[in-house]
Design a protein around this ligand. Structure first.
Ligand SMILES: Cc1cc2nc3c(=O)[nH]c(=O)nc-3n(C[C@H](O)[C@H](O)[C@H](O)COP(=O)(O)O)c2cc1C
Length: 201
C-alpha cells in the first residue's frame, strides 16, 4: 500500500478541514494515511486572545504532531497551510527546516508531494503560498504532483491548477465548495505515488 502523510497547520480550522477531506480522498484511493499537524509557534497569549484560534487548538489536540518519521515513512505528502502574507506560515517552514538530517541522507528524494491552501481573499496570495512550499520541495528532490486542469472538478473549485485553494469570509467560513477538488487532488497524489512506487520496483 502507498503511505501518505497529510500535514497541516491551521489557526482558524480551515486547513484542518482541508486536511481531513484529503485524508478521506487518499483512503478512498487505497492509501495508508497519517494525519499530522505541525507545532504551534505563536505564544499562548496570542492564541488565547481569539476564541476561534483557541477552539482550533482544542479541536486538534488529539492529532499527533509531525515528526521526521512521518516524512521518511511516506511515499506521498500532502501539505495544507493558510496563506500568511503570500507565503507559507512560519510554523510549516520551521518543520520543513528541521528536516535537514533527512535531506542530507537522501530521504526526501522522490517523495510525491502536493499542497493546498486558504486565504481571506480570492486573490490573497494562494498561488504564491503554494509556490513557496513547492520551492522547498524542489530542494528536497520531491516529485510535485499538482492537480493542473486534469479534471473538471478543479474548475468547480475556483480553477487553481497549483493546488486546491479556498477563500474564507470574515467569520472564517469557506466561500467556495472545494471538498470534491480536495478529494480529487488527494486521489491523484496517491495515483502518482503508486506509479512512482511501481516504477521503482
Ligand atoms: C498573519 C496573517 C497573515 C495573513 N495574510 C494573508 C494574506 O496575505 N492574504 C489573505 O488573503 N489572507 C491572509 N490571512 C488570512 C488567512 O490566510 C486566513 O484566515 C486563513 O486562510 C485561514 O486558515 P486557517 O483557518 O486554517 O487558519 C492572513 C492571516 C494572518 C493571521
Amino acid at each position: 500500500m502507498t503511505n501518505v502523510t497529510i500535514i497541516f497547520y491551521s489557526m482558524g480550522g480551515t486547513n484542518v478541514q482541508l486536511a481531513k477531506w484529503a485524508k478521506e480522498g487518499a483512503e478512498q484511493a487505497g492509501a495508508n494515511v497519517r494525519l499530522v499537524k505541525v507545532e504551534e509557534l505563536a505564544p499562548e497569549s496570542v492564541i488565547n486572545s481569539n476564541e476561534g484560534w483557541k477552539n482550533t487548538v482544542e479541536s486538534i489536540k488529539d492529532i499527533p504532531s509531525a515528526t521526521s518519521d512521518d516524512i521518511e515513512w511516506a511515499d506521498a505528502i500532502i501539505f495544507s497551510v493558510p496563506t500568511r502574507f503570500g507565503t507559507m506560515p512560519s510554523q510549516m517552514k520551521q518543520f520543513i527546516d528541521m528536516q535537514g538530517g533527512l535531506w542530507a541522507n537522501g530521504k526526501t528524494v522522490n517523495k510525491v508531494v502536493s499542497a493546498m491552501t486558504s486565504a481571506q481573499n480570492p486573490h490573497g496570495g494562494q498561488e504564491a503560498t503554494l509556490l513557496s512550499l513547492y520551492t522547498a520541495m524542489m530542494h528536497w528532490g520531491a516529485i510535485i504532483a499538482t492537480p493542473g486542469y486534469s479534471d473538471p472538478v478543479v474548475f468547480g473549485a475556483g480553477g487553481n491548477p497549483y493546488g486546491t485553494s479556498v477563500s474564507v469570509d470574515q467569520d472564517g467560513n469557506m466561500v467556495e465548495d472545494v471538498e470534491a477538488a480536495v478529494k480529487y487532488q488527494a486521489k491523484r497524489t496517491v495515483t502518482v505515488a503508486d506509479w512512482v512506487k511501481q516504477g521503482q520496483a
